[in-house]
Design a protein around this ligand. Sequence first.
Ligand SMILES: [Zn+2]
Length: 121
Amino acid sequence: MSGNKAVVVLNCRIRTRACKDYKSLKCEIEIGRESSTTLAEMFTCCFGLPCEPQDGAAARLPQQICIDCLPLLKQSYILKRTDIGADELIRLGLEDIGNNNNNSNSAAASAERAAGRQRRQ
Ligand SMILES: [Zn+2]
């Protein structure tokens, strides 16, 4: 027991848990050498959920991420960005193969597969 001393406990936006050490969603995080982004943008990218400064007051959503989740979010963000880049390359490659074979059905089929993949996400 720590007497009457108030302990500030804030919830993490990612996992519903109390945390004492956290970073604000407005915090800028460096990704690679030349790019940086905010934790809010990383959250939205990874979870597909809106993350606005005003939702703290309006919806009482936590405006911080705990230091335990921070590296996980960063890894997820980098992985997602990598996948988006790789996916574009793969699609371009598939289109090239389709064009080289003069087979428009193949290109249409890969476009359909891509659309199906989009729907599953
Ligand atoms: Zn957390």
